[in-house]
Design a protein around this ligand. Sequence first.
Ligand code: C2O
Length: 362
Amino acid sequence: YPITAPENISNCVAADVGFNTEDNVRGSACCPPTTQTTAVPYVLPEFSELRVRPAADRLTPEYIAKYQLAIKRMKELPDEDPRSWKQQGKIHCAYCNGGYSQYMSGHPELKIQVHNNSLFFPFHRWYLYFYERILGSLIEDPTFGLPYWNWDNPKGMLLPEMLEAPYPNPDPTRPPNPKFNPLFDPYRNVAHLPPAIVDLDRGNTGGDKDCVAQISENLTAVYDQMIADSTANPDAFFGTNPDPDPTKIIAGKIESGVHTAVHIWVGNPRMPNNEDMGNFYSAGYDPAFYLLHSNVDRMWQIWNELDIRNVNPSNDDWLNASFVFYDENQNLVRVYNRDCVDIERMGYTFEPSRLTWLQARS
Ligand code: C2O
């Protein structure tokens, strides 16, 4: 059976975050608003111009300002608005911490989990798709493209500077301060702010190293997961379908590799649960999450283009798996994996960056 999430969103239950409630800084009330409860099938809209997702490290000051304004407006929406920053953050928690059961797959006793299996890439692609459209609509820019944090390129291997840049104080007599920046998140590892270099293999080959060694290790990690381990091997790249027997499920290489490494690297180890980025239930509250995933999404697209044998899953359970989201018009819609395999049909593309890791065979 395909995973069908969920047939009626009022069946959503509070998330199981697996730790003490007093340690739970982001809350486990992760269900979406139920102004609508059953979703209508989503039809990819017509458009006249592709959105181009730019590399975060090459944004112009104008682009940064536009992106900050969009996030600011998202944060100003009332919490119960399905487009609000809080509701967008909750989506991750609901789909990853047991908000929904697998009723339609014949296993109501099992929870839907979009990680460590082949739902990872399509779920996050749709999640970002609507997030990007909501941001664009809040600034009336139908071509707005969500930046990608190109941590696979040496130039992008630090936390994007705009996330922690000073921002005008609402009181103009006071100096600018990063905490007013809409992209700021108080729960990040301060030891990993720029100029720290991201550790994409989680220190696998030993502790502290100089930045040249870290960069080359990062490139090798990307090479291994994109090419050495995954060429002509969709199960390795995507992971395998969810299964009632957990021992049968394999997580994809990029998901369990560089993607998880970035999450852990950004999250604050001094928080009780590595909030925000270091935990499923809280990750969606950090703007860095969406930049990280924009690049994860780009990795999927690049993998498809790298080798003719790099094909998407073609089994019906994968193609027909579905999720529900509120779109930019606050309509509850159901989307299917089969409709997210062609990003240009979905209306966006990525600004190219050099794939330095192509030469990083170990
Ligand atoms: Cu839903 Cu980066 O994880």
